[in-house]
Design a binder for this molecule. Sequence first.
Ligand code: FMN
Length: 342
Amino acid sequence: MLYDTSKKILFRLDPERAHDVALWGLKHLNACGFSFNKNTIVNNPSNVMGLSFRNKVGLAAGLDKNGDFINSLQSLGFGFIELGTVTPKPQVGNPKPRLFRIPEAEALVNRLGFNNKGVDYLIDRVKSSNRNAVIGINIGKNKTTPIEDAHHDYEHCLRKVYTLADYITINISSPNTENLRSLQESANLHMLLKHISVVRETLRNTHGVMKPIAIKIAPDLDDFELENIVDAVRTYGFNGIVSTNTTIQRPNKNLKNLSETGGLSGGLLTQKSTKIIQKLSNLTQGSIPIIGVGGILTSQDALDKINAGASLIQLYSGLIYKGPKLVKDCAQAISQAEVPGK
Ligand SMILES: Cc1cc2nc3c(=O)[nH]c(=O)nc-3n(C[C@H](O)[C@H](O)[C@H](O)COP(=O)(O)O)c2cc1C
């Protein structure tokens, strides 16, 4: 109810401004002791990638890029929160406007371009939060770093966040950083993942702990490319695949903002990302956990992702269109659908 009223006001604002206002409001409501999902945090303990999650519904990367809203987002009942994408140095991202709504399809197009305050800022925010959910940190490369040197940026961020993050996601699938998606190609991917696995080994020896690392992929990959991803993830012992990021493809529909450059998310991504999850699940036969994300707008969408083979799910656009109630609805539906003892 409160979200429905707020949404009417928020949707009159420019989308990026609405995003800032909504998060600011959430933070202040939380500081005053108000929580949208108070006393209704779904308890459905799950073990994935060696981590214990209080439920299977997470916040997708990109909403809290800098870790500024950890406490208030946790209070919405998420089982986990993926912060970032964060890069070694702060950067402003692409020129505005760079975020567009397509309300008829409950979809968004964004070309933000990894606007973030840099990894050191994010670390401070995580340290000063009262974390009570699993925290993932999604890492990327700076715009000014040539793609051939991308591994240095991932290494820099990995070293910085290693002890703080519960898991780390390597983002090689944003469409808004030039050539980033080429890191998903077989030779580049093997080079990058090999490099990261060597760094992880040294970090494991130094800190005595092995942190799970997931790879975030695009929904625009063909079967051959998906096989290569699974092969590389297996070869270098990575622990999960976040599937999927936004799509650069467009359905044949006549909708305002659909032709804006950037990544499409929400209702026009739902089926595409579920298909990728299904294919990954067939390829991995359950051996690599899949975090299902892309166009979850209802609890049925969440169940479809789980039934396609996802071990956990994440929300972004659905939260904008449906509000915080979606977190509880999805977590409850997943919990109820699970057969006890299975
Ligand atoms: C405005 C916006 C910003 C995003 N920023 C990031 C990001 O920084 N890193 C990332 O890995 N994914 C980012 N994403 C992608 C989401 O995490 C998610 O994979 C995608 O939107 C599909 O989920 P959805 O349909 O539920 O939004 C962003 C998405 C949106 C809409």
